[in-house]
Design a protein around this ligand. Structure first.
Ligand code: HPA
Ligand code: ZN
Length: 338
């Protein structure tokens, strides 16, 4: 471990862009398949990993949705969530905001209450045992219809107080944010915070739509906004938080090499950038690995890394008390870290 890796390991941080279903490690996938009598096309961890070779977002999504088929009971969702929390705790994540895709489960006959019940019991245990605070963000699958989105929002209402916000994920190309303008307006009226994936593969116009038509409080990915200087200036002035996912961008070929990643340019443009893992079981690294890989590739120094961690708290949906406590922990760490 280099000195910089040690600095990263100790840095208190929040993760703001992580799909719970994307934290399903092959070993757990196989164990749950066995527990639930589900057939998978892979017999071993190695065979599953060998299939994780993607040219673009859709290649990954096909495997990701197939993987979700092993998740059936509240215990499965608990085990999935707990495995992630135990892992990210070792990266010194003190706060996490997790995406989940209810439509990937309700379409298979798994009840909404089963999904959220299992996730919540693990979040509660992490809060009690590890002091990790958390928020849940319900993502609508953008390849499905607006009507299906409205039905999902309705199904979420009994759990309104346990879900901080709504998001938009899945296949970006051909499914612009404008398709969900009315759904997001309704979610906003119901008091949900709003985020959306935009500019991962889609053009800068999709980012503009996410801001103007969905009323987003935070932007997931946003990389392609950089192609439009006027948009960058607007997002900088708004202090829009970008949840950037370096290893995801590499594995889905948004960048050919991590050295070409736009994160440094985003920081230099004054954007509020954060680092996140997206789907760590599929993209080769959890939160700490994303920090280490991007620091190495772009030659980021401690000050830049501290800014990324600070941004993760500033861009989070923490309460003001939680945020000031987290920033206090960060400042205390920076004051003592050699
Ligand atoms: N992009 C879009 N949708 C997703 C992703 C992603 O990386 N992971 C899970 N759903
Ligand atoms: Zn994502």
């Amino acid at each position: 471990m280099t000195a910089l890796d040690g600095f990263i390991a100790g840095l208190p941080k929040a993760e703001l862009h992580m799909h719970l279903e994307g934290s399903l490690e092959p070993a757990l996938m196989l164990a749950l398949a066995k527990r639930n009598g589900v057939e998978l096309p892979y017999a071993t961890v190695e065979a599953a990993e060998a299939a994780y070779d993607f040219d673009e977002l859709q290649d990954f999504l096909d495997l990701y949705y197939r993987g979700t088929s092993v998740l059936r009971t509240a215990e499965d969702f608990h085990d999935l969530t707990w495995a992630y929390l135990e892992r990210v705790r070792r990266d010194n994540a003190i706060h996490v905001e997790l995406f989940f895709d209810p439509q990937a489960h309700t379409a298979r006959g798994v009840a909404f209450v089963t999904v959220i019940g299992g996730i919540e019991s693990a979040l509660l245990a992490a809060r009690r045992q590890c002091g990790i605070t958390s928020r849940l963000i319900l993502c609508f699958l953008r390849h499905l219809s607006e009507a299906e989105g409205f039905a999902t929002l309705e199904a979420a209402l009994p759990f309104r107080d346990r879900i901080a916000g709504v998001g938009l994920d899945s296949s970006e190309r051909g499914h612009p944010p404008s398709k969900f303008a009315r759904l997001f307006r309704k979610a906003g009226e119901l008091g949900f915070l709003r985020v959306a994936h935009a500019g991962e593969e889609g053009p800068p116009d999709y980012v503009r739509e996410a801001v103007d038509l969905l009323g987003i409080d935070r932007l997931d990915h946003g990389n392609r906004a950089l192609e439009d200087p006027a948009l960058v200036e607007r997002l900088r002035k708004m202090q829009m938080t970008f949840t950037v996912c370096p290893l995801s961008n590499l594995r889905l070929k948004g960048v050919a090499r991590l050295e070409d990643h736009p994160l440094r340019r985003m920081l230099e443009a004054g954007l509020r950038v954060t680092v996140n893992s997206d789907d760590p079981a599929y993209f080769g690294g959890y939160l700490g690995e994303n920090y280490r890989a991007i620091a190495r590739a772009l030659g980021l120094d401690r000050a830049a890394l501290a800014t990324l961690a600070r941004n993760s708290f500033l861009g989070s949906f923490m309460t003001p008390e939680e945020r000031s406590a987290a920033l206090g922990r960060l400042d205390a760490y920076l004051a003592t870290a050699g």
